[in-house]
Design a protein around this ligand. Sequence first.
Ligand code: CA
Ligand code: CA
Length: 82
Amino acid sequence: MNRTALAATFATAFGLAFAGAAAFAEDEAEMEMPSFEEADTNKNGVVSRAEAATEAPDLDFAAADENQDGVLTRDEYDAATS
Ligand SMILES: [Ca+2]
Ligand SMILES: [Ca+2]
């Protein structure tokens, strides 16, 4: 194998690895922040602290709950996750 072919092989390998890592990161981001419908598992129109802890564990619930009433409305949830 000459030097040029070797370089091309490495470039291809690194390119694939990078593309794979980027795709994985994108999947992770989607996993971390489900839609309001997905987070509101009991479908009562708000996301409780327990629902958020289960469905969106990376969400800062206290920061997202702007009016501090202990639940997240759709507006609060969307503002915190978008
Ligand atoms: Ca709920
Ligand atoms: Ca609230």
